[in-house]
Design a protein. Structure first.
Lengths: 293, 84
């Protein structure tokens, strides 16, 4: 009996200390999430203005423009940029992204995959570990972007992708990442990065007599890479916020579960204690009765 | 006129100014009050804000980017800038 009591007491202790850790991790994630969300909000005016500028130029320009980055080719070689996190303990976050990457390959690029023409650039350690283990052709050049997350580092990755596309090393580039909705929900998406979809000329745009410097086509060609840089940066920021959101939710659930576990452990502890007391009492009473007898 | 400097990481500057000097892709130029609508690419260089018509300047060294002038509002989009 006493042995069982001690066992339960030890378990209670260990569950309590685990709960302390999960609670602390939840608090940390909440703080990091706020920072990550902030970064997204800070970026929005820039991204919005860039898009505005593009549509302004396009609505003022006549005829299509010939841009290398928008060139549609026969898709033979594919690049997937898969953004996961560097750390675990965030529920199904990483495995869901890896799963989406795999299903994207299976659904859209199976023929290319069979020829070994699907390359994966991983951003984030977890996805890289898992996909390398599963025999995908991975490249870890940009794995560590989350160690120091700033625009410059992301830009390097985006530019490398554009260069490879221009040099026909890849015919299509997609980003697989998790879009941030709110702390509890993420949407896992696979987004087209290159070639750039044709820009629609929305003619309802007010025409202003802009002075263009250099001329429109050259300006569009200058603008495109910036927009792509921003697109990848947005994806990375979204992924970062999603990671912290996912971890916060996971840790919250873990703390709740620990509470429940503690409750049931306490009941069995009390029961065992009461049983021990009852047995002892019975022994004393029956012993006394035997003496008197 | 109002000037806004935006980078992907944050809004760097926002306010009323007298004028601004920009490193345009084909040469340095200056935008003053009531400038005609303009879109221009910028190259890496020095951006100089003229806060008033006295000698009150503020300098930023910027990476490449764009500037748009419309309705007396100047928006500068750059990928990175540091106050110099």
């Amino acid at each position: 009996m006493a042995g069982q009591l001690k066992e339960v007491r030890n378990r209670i202790k260990s569950v309590q200390s685990t709960q302390q850790i999960t609670k602390a991790m939840k608090m940390i994630s909440a703080a990091k999430l706020r920072k990550a969300q902030d970064a997204i909000i800070q970026m929005r005016p820039y991204a919005k203005k860039l898009q505005e500028m593009l549509s302004n130029i396009v609505s003022n320009a006549e005829g299509g423009s010939n841009i290398k980055l928008a060139e549609e080719r026969n898709v033979e070689k594919v690049l997937l940029i898969v953004i996961t996190s560097d750390r675990g303990l965030c529920g199904g976050y990483n495995s869901n992204i890896v799963k989406l990457a795999k299903s994207t390959i299976a659904e859209k690029y199976e023929a290319q995959f069979k020829k070994g023409n699907v390359t994966i650039w991983n951003i984030g350690k977890k996805g890289w570990e898992s996909m390398t283990r599963n025999g995908f052709k991975t490249d870890a050049a940009f794995k560590d972007i989350f160690l120091q997350l700033n625009f410059e580092n992301v830009q390097t990755a985006a530019q490398a992708a554009m260069k490879a596309f221009e040099n026909k090393e890849f015919d299509a580039v997609e980003i697989v990442y998790s879009e941030f909705r709110n702390a509890a929900t993420q949407r896992f998406v696979s987004e087209k990065f290159l070639p750039i979809p044709k820009v629609e000329n929305k003619s309802n745009n007010k025409k202003s007599d802009f002075i263009f410097e250099p001329e429109k086509d050259a300006l569009i060609a200058e603008l495109m890479p910036k927009i792509l840089n921003t697109q990848l940066y947005k994806a990375v920021l979204d992924a970062n916020a999603s990671e912290h959101g996912a971890r916060m939710t996971a840790m919250d659930k873990a703390s709740d579960n620990a509470n429940e576990l503690l409750k049931s452990l306490k009941i069995s502890y009390n029961r065992a204690r009461q049983a021990a007391i009852t047995t002892e009492l019975t022994e004393i009473v029956s012993g006394a009765a035997a003496l008197q007898g | 006129m109002t000037l806004e400097i935006l980078t992907p990481e944050k809004k760097l500057y926002s306010g009323e100014v007298y004028g601004v000097q920009l490193p345009g892709i084909s040469g340095l130029f200056e935008v003053l009050n009531q400038h005609a609508p303009l879109v221009s690419a910028l190259k890496k260089g020095n951006l100089k804000i003229l806060k008033d018509n006295k000698n009150n300047f503020q300098n930023y060294s910027i990476q490449s980017g764009f500037v748009e002038v419309l309705n007396n509002k100047v928006t500068v989009l750059v990928e990175g800038a540091i106050e110099a």
